[in-house]
Design a protein around this ligand. Structure first.
Ligand code: GTP
Ligand code: SPV
Ligand code: MN
Length: 590
């Protein structure tokens, strides 16, 4: 056994005092035994094995249903390292405080040791983690979301280069819930939660917060991005990475099915990843991206046969559902937006009996599934998974897209004028908050590069790191911004979205190839309306022009908001971005 792993396990066990320690190897037999055990205690429910083989349902505590940004900390020696957008704790103080909470927290419980690889085991781009947890739910999810195997120890050898993750459910006490990242120590400590992103430590905690810090130190990037391949009728595939905030459409875009006429011409979409991209400069100077994950932790509500058939197909076997509705008619699952046939007899996400007529004390309909209910599905289940999914070298990026949920202001799509301008566009992203994090929903906030909750260091340095890629690569992808979420006066989405987003990707690829012209506006290049293919849509060219409109007055107040946001960073704000803002203001004044 690797002596650093041994030391980590021993020290953690001495602190948390579990009754026993189980070493996870990711084998079928072990997984099956854990499923059985979890079902025997009620931690999981075995679903209809004919309709949903190897699928299970889990409900988390009612107070523990999303990421908790207010209780997520970057713990470093100095506050400046964490920067103005992160919660910070001095790392020695954090260790001290946490040790008291962890002390004896696993008494009467089992500690599981999970060896996992982010990225294909043994690839030079991959990174290793060891997660210790007292939750079978976490073990089984990690076995889907990451590569869990004892082969990880072979890849690690006698090195100490792994991320230490310690998770304890403790009492699921909100007041003592902490999600702490120690980027300087490759360490994560998560306590008093049992929900997804808080506890599947390979995901946001490692692959974004710790990895973004590593990338900064080592010259690569860890981003909250999907990766897709767009295959053209001539067989050529272009790769696109896109950063949208949580619950703003990454999984949907990554798996989209093109509209009929595109399919008939031979266009195809291949999914490489739906949430996280690790990006490096390749030998040829281009940016290459891998998806470090092995599964999808996707939003269930709204996923259906029409919106995202590929995601739905991915959930038909070997999937764990969290906080969806239990359909008692046939022992399957249901959620709002799955179909128009809600079960007559069901149990809601809180574990209460539910029917379509169930109302709360105020007479309002009760939701069957939590808005942030999720499926954990193996990537291999996805009908459109890319042949490059396991490619340890990654895929070369032709375009990077930023985007958010904006009812107004941001046009359907626009293109940056340069790499610097593209980084500026990423840095000023704003989006309405969603149920993916605890707190108010629908409030517009700045979320640079969709990394506000995930950047493991000072965001001013992060901006500088993005700009610095220009010094590392002379073949950088073009940067675009999209917004699927503009609404009309009745609050309805104007753009059909989902599969029809292919029409926007089509324009983006054509721009990369220099095949279409565009109009230069104050904010960047906007399509000429006739260059977005709307054949077969209910939308006419006038509506499309509205979607592409850049309203100078709205952008003037946007610029004020950006200015205010930028002041947070003080002298950490790169001069280049300040100059970009000045040039935006000058363009708007013209
Ligand atoms: P995380 O897993 O939290 O990072 O979310 P995500 O970015 O992968 O978002 P996802 O694709 O799961 O979509 C979240 C919600 O947005 C779902 O309810 C979707 O139905 C909805 N959505 C996705 N794409 C579109 C779109 O093009 N138009 C509209 N109107 N809604 C969309
Ligand atoms: C997100 O919130 O961006 C997610 C879900 O992908 S979680 O893993 O909970 O962070
Ligand atoms: Mn996400």
């Amino acid at each position: 056994m690797n002596k650093y792993v041994e030391k980590f396990v021993n020290e953690s066990a001495a602190l948390t005092k579990p009754d026993k320690i189980v070493w996870i190897d990711g084998s079928k037999e072990q997984i099956e035994a854990l499923r059985k055990e979890a079902c025997s205690t009620g931690e999981m429910i075995k679903l209809n094995q004919e309709l949903l083989p190897d699928c299970y349902l889990h409900r988390t505590a009612v107070n523990d249903v999303a990421r908790v940004e207010g209780r997520t900390f970057i713990c470093t020696e100095k506050k400046e390292t964490a920067g103005p957008t992160n919660n910070w704790m001095q790392k020695d103080e954090a260790y001290k405080m946490l040790k008291e909470i962890y002390d004896g927290s696993m008494k009467g419980r089992t500690m599981y040791v999970i060896p996992y690889s982010m990225g294909a085991i043994g690839s030079k781009f991959s990174k290793i983690g060891i997660e210790l947890t007292d939750s079978i739910y976490v073990v089984l999810n990690m076995c889907i979301m990451t590569r869990v195997s004892s082969k990880v120890y072979d890849a690690l050898g006698d090195s100490d280069d792994f991320v230490k993750g310690l998770h304890a459910k403790a009492d699921i006490d909100e007041e003592k819930r902490y999600i702490c990242q120690f980027p300087e120590d490759n360490t994560i400590m998560s306590v008093n939660s049992g929900y997804g992103g808080n506890v599947l430590l390979g995901k946001k905690c490692f692959a974004l917060r710790i990895a973004s810090y590593q990338g900064w130190q080592q010259g690569w990037m860890a981003e909250h991005m999907l990766i897709l391949g767009l295959e053209k009728p001539n067989g050529e595939t272009k790769y696109i990475a896109a950063a949208f905030p949580s619950a703003c459409g990454k999984t949907n875009l990554a798996m989209l099915i093109p509209p009929k006429e595109y399919l008939e011409k031979g266009y195809k979409i291949h999914t490489v990843g739906d949430d996280i991209a690790w990006i490096r400069v390749g030998a040829d100077g281009r940016l290459y991206a891998i998806n470090p994950e092995n599964g999808f932790f996707g939003v269930a509500p709204g996923t259906n046969e029409k919106s995202n058939p590929n995601a739905l197909a991915s959930t038909k076997k070997g999937t764990i559902f969290t906080n969806v509705c239990h359909n008692l008619e046939n022992n399957t699952v249901w959620w709002e937006g799955l179909d128009k046939n809600p079960p007559k007899k069901a149990v809601d996400w809180k574990g209460n009996p539910w029917t379509p007529d169930t109302v709360d004390a105020d007479g309002k309909p009760v939701k069957a599934a939590h808005p942030n209910s999720r499926f954990t599905a193996p990537a291999v289940n996805c009908p459109c998974i890319s042949s490059e999914f396991e490619n340890p070298e990654g895929v070369p990026l032709d375009a990077i897209i930023f985007g958010g949920r904006r009812a107004k202001t941001t046009p359907l799509v626009y293109e940056s004028k340069s790499w610097e301008n593209g980084v500026f566009i990423g840095s000023i992203m704003a989006s309405e908050t969603t149920a993916a994090a605890a707190g108010a929903v629908g409030v517009v906030r700045r979320d640079p590069m969709a990394m506000l909750p995930f950047c493991g260091y000072n965001m001013g340095d992060y901006f500088a790191h993005w700009l610095d890629m220009k010094n590392k690569s002379d073949k950088l992808p073009k940067i675009f911004n999209v917004n699927w979420f503009r609404t009309d006066e009745n609050g309805h989405f104007i753009w059909p979205g989902f599969g029809d987003n292919m029409r926007v990707l089509d324009w983006i690829i054509k721009r990369c190839e220099g095949a279409v012209d565009a109009d230069e506006t104050a904010i960047g290049f906007v399509p000429k309306a006739e260059d977005i293919n709307i054949d077969g849509l209910d939308i006419n060219i006038e509506t499309l022009k509205g979607l592409l409109d850049v309203d100078k007055d709205m952008w003037k107040s946007e610029a004020e908001g950006i200015e205010e946001f930028y002041t947070k960073f003080g002298d950490k704000l790169p001069e280049t971005l300040r100059a970009e803002l000045e040039s935006l203001k000058a363009n708007l004044a013209k």
